[in-house]
Design a protein around this ligand. Structure first.
Ligand SMILES: Cc1ncc(COP(=O)(O)O)c(C=O)c1O
Length: 404
């Protein structure tokens, strides 16, 4: 392989296991490697590139703002942040937003908001606040966030862990009910789990969670960093069940595939717990991020990307279901957020991704058994047909090796 990967292997912490391809350019749904080979990107940087690589409107917004003003910190007002947050609130039905950069920071912001709301509004005794999370969750990698993961690998030798979290069974309303106490400040949930393997809870579950949380004065906080902003065929995954959470976390696609932009949005009563000095970020809400974030939201609406995700996702699902391979245990998804679950006794999701790569299709396994398919939302039917064809051929190759 080229020096790009050698240098990365030599100088970068080995906290990832990349596929052996060195990418150097991207446009639309495609990326190219150093040798000029073209790949269809079915990963979209874990949903961050929903608008496609180098989206012309976003690149124009980036250039225009970069030439005017990039970073001043929130020690001052800027002409860009207000309009961005206003649009985000309008589109999500929330009252106010707190801009951050990465997803994990926005989740940390939500955890701080929930705890403070628990003490100051709900009246929970000092240091007793509890937050309920879900089995199989993934909310990021900070010390507090890994403390409420149920993945041993994420926690090992990173202790002592942050207390104050309980884990309910994802998709099981009784499990949530059993864990709620007067000290419960919030229930934090991914409406569809991404890193957990594109896991969709039973129909009606999210609505039942909303009802239960309201009954017990518990905040419902939806982490839509990966599944939000059109990915699942609606602007928010919560919209599938007409759920309006008390707190909402966005990231990834909010930065238009150009830079990290995240935010925590909430009802006024929740956001008002933050007063000067209680939270912050040097880069959060900078004018460059705000200009890109606003354009990213406008494109989603102007180009009907959520509706497109629903239409293309349904089409891709239909085509994938026609594939005939013993290795497939299930195919599940919503919009252009699809996971093919591979029976580990018969095949390896990693091997499938490696073989797809050699055919010019980039995807990445999640949880060892799931091939994740989450292309930019601008993908066309023809491109989907080509991708499904490649997947079919790889499954056939592997099936035939196994049966020799
Ligand atoms: C649902 C969810 N929350 C939070 C995060 C963390 O985001 P980041 O990697 O930007 O910190 C991720 C990342 O995959 C995610 O999928």
């Amino acid at each position: 392989m080229s020096s790009g990967s050698d240098l990365e292997n030599r100088y970068c912490a080995q906290n990832y296991h990349p596929l052996p391809v060195v990418l150097s350019r991207g446009e639309g749904v495609y990326v190219w490697d150093e040798e000029g080979n073209k790949y269809l990107d079915m990963m979209s940087a874990y949903s961050a590139v929903s608008h496609g690589h180098a989206n012309p409107r976003l690149v124009a917004a980036l250039k225009a703002q970069a030439e005017k003003l990039c970073i001043v910190s929130r020690a001052f007002y800027t002409d860009k942040l207000g309009p961005f947050l206003e649009r985000a609130c309008e589109l999500t039905g929330q009252d106010a937003a707190l801009p951050m950069n990465t997803g994990a920071e926005a989740v940390e912001t939500a955890v701080k908001a929930a705890r403070r709301w628990g003490y100051e509004i709900k009246g929970i005794a000092e240091n007793q606040a509890e937050i309920i999370v879900c089995s199989g969750n993934f909310h990021g990698r900070t010390t507090t966030i890994i403390s409420f993961s149920d993945e041993a690998e994420y926690q090992k030798n990173f202790g002592p862990l942050t207390p104050g979290f309980k884990i309910a069974q994802y998709g099981d309303i009784d499990s949530l009910k059993a864990l709620i106490t007067p000290n419960t400040a919030a229930f934090l949930i991914e409406p569809i789990q991404g890193e957990g393997g594109i896991v969709i809870p039973p129909a009606g579950y999210l609505k039942a969670c909303e009802t239960l949380c309201r009954e017990h004065n518990v905040l419902l906080i939806a982490d839509e960093i990966q599944c939000g902003l059109g990915r699942t065929g609606k602007m928010l995954a919560c919209n599938h069940e007409d759920v309006v959470p008390d707190g909402l976390i966005l990231g990834k696609a909010l930065g238009g595939g150009i830079m990290p932009v995240s935010m925590f949005l909430a009802k006024k009563e929740v956001m008002d717990v933050f007063v000067p000095g209680t939270h912050g970020s040097t880069f959060g809400g900078n004018p460059l991020a705000a200009a890109i974030g606003l354009e990213a939201l406008n494109i989603l609406v102007d180009e009907n990307l959520a509706e497109r995700s629903m239409e293309m996702g349904n089409y891709m699902m239909g085509e994938l279901k026609k594939l005939d391979s013993a290795m497939i245990s299930t195919i599940r998804g919503s919009g252009l957020f699809i996971g093919i679950e591979i029976d580990p006794a018969l095949g390896s999701a990693r091997e499938i991704c490696e073989r797809l790569m050699t055919r010019g299709l980039l995807s990445k396994e999640t949880h060892e058994t799931v091939v994740r398919l989450a292309p930019p939302l601008i993908i066309t039917k023809e491109q989907i047909d080509w991708a499904v064809d490649q997947i079919g051929q790889v499954l056939q190759e592997l099936d035939s090796i196994r049966f020799v």
